[in-house]
Design a protein around this ligand. Structure first.
Ligand SMILES: [Zn+2]
Length: 389
């Protein structure tokens, strides 16, 4: 039924409606609504539908769209309407091997429609009047089976899953992303946002209602914080036991050239290697004299660096127990640097105690997660921009 005058406006009643919208010339040109029995094609060019549509879209009935993100944007821009009880059939069709509307029509409604025809009609001129018979047929078809398809697709879900998929919106990603970013800034524990993201993505992929998602996050957060304190303590003790030492990290052994010049401080293993290979002999327990004068490849500044005795203390707090070596630039980044930087690794290694290591690692993890999130955000923006209707 084509609605282009006020006395034709129907009183829409029912629990659920199938809806589609056609655009041309940057405006809404046709609004198709099916109540399961009748299909109404509303002409917003002939009629001012703003108030009528606001009353309809904001009532409690379920509004079923297929991939309706774009439609929601148009309703908001043109009529300032926020759709209440939105349901996206494409989200519901997640368990289908082929989720396209054409495939669903074919499989469940016995409707054959060519993909190319659908594309051509979608892009046809919807601003023109009168609309062609073909356009009117397609416009009606687009909303005709949505209610039935929803009923069929819902049968594929358990009761538990259904709680999450009702009234879903597929616009949740940017909002969730903002929420996760905030968590990341507020939270010293960077594992939490990752945990939440994983939980939502893999355990409740059908959870698409923002309020429910946020409720779930809060629940997870509370549980996580309770476990977190204890785990953190255990992790720290384990780390301290396994990776730190009370013994000196630097043995501060010395190597002299044949002519008696001190070349560098180094560890015990290095002087043992020289002696074992007949390249030098012990002067005392912790120093050797080489059997030759090596060609020095270091400049004055570097010579100074290698000829300084290293203190066996945390560079942050000065503690001398429970210490370990710490790389300032994480290996995962460093191994990608040019060779010039990699060959001067000693500059990047400092001594740190277990307590200071815990703080440094947390900051390092946070920075790393921020870097990852930047990459992830741009992915979501790209992915979110690709919409079809
Ligand atoms: Zn320290």
């Amino acid at each position: 039924m084509y609605i282009n005058s006020e006395n034709l406006l129907p009183k829409l009643q029912g629990e659920a409606f199938g809806i589609d919208i056609e655009f041309s010339n940057k405006r809404i040109c046709l609004i198709q609504i099916s109540d399961g029995k009748e299909i109404y094609l509303f002409d917003p060019i002939a009629l001012n539908l703003e108030q009528y549509m606001r009353d309809f879209f904001q009532n409690d009935a379920i509004k079923i769209f297929y991939s309706g993100a774009q439609d929601l944007k148009w309703l908001k821009t043109e009529y300032q309407i926020e759709v209440n009880n939105y349901c996206d059939l494409k989200v519901l069709a997640q368990k289908e091997p082929d989720q396209s509307l054409i495939a669903l029509w074919k499989k469940y409604c016995g409707v054959q429609f060519e993909r190319d025809d659908k594309k051509r009609l979608q892009r046809s001129d919807w601003f023109a009047r009168p609309l062609s018979q073909e356009q009117l047929f397609y416009a009606a078809l687009d909303c005709k089976h949505l209610i039935m398809l929803r009923d069929i697709l819902l049968q594929q879900y358990t009761e538990e899953e259904k709680k999450f998929i009702h009234f879903s919106t597929d616009l949740k990603e940017p909002k969730l992303l903002r929420y996760l970013k905030k968590q990341l800034v507020d939270n010293e524990d960077v594992l939490l946002p990752q945990k939440i993201y994983r939980h939502i993505k893999f355990q409740d992929p059908f959870q698409t209602d923002d309020q429910k998602v946020i409720g779930l996050i809060e629940q997870l957060t509370k549980k996580h914080h309770e476990d977190y304190k204890e785990q953190k303590k255990q992790r720290f003790l384990h780390f301290q036991e396994k990776f730190t030492t009370h013994k000196p990290v630097y043995s501060n052994c010395r190597i002299f050239s044949l002519s008696g010049q001190q070349l560098c401080f180094c560890d015990q293993k290095k002087i043992e290697w020289y002696v074992k290979n007949g390249l030098g002999e012990y002067m005392d327990e912790k120093s050797i004299k080489l059997s030759f004068d090596p060609v020095c490849e270091f400049d004055e500044k570097e010579m100074k660096f290698y000829n300084e005795e290293r203190a066996n203390r945390c560079v942050v707090c000065g503690a001398s127990s429970n210490i370990l070596k710490y790389q300032i630039i994480p290996y995962m980044y460093k191994h990608n640097l040019p060779n010039h930087y990699k060959s001067h690794r000693a500059h990047d290694v400092v001594i740190i105690c277990a307590r200071c290591h815990e703080k440094a690692s947390a900051l390092q993890d946070k920075k790393r997660a921020e870097v990852c999130l930047v990459v992830w955000s741009s992915f979501v923006i790209l992915w979110g921009g690709e919409e079809s209707s």
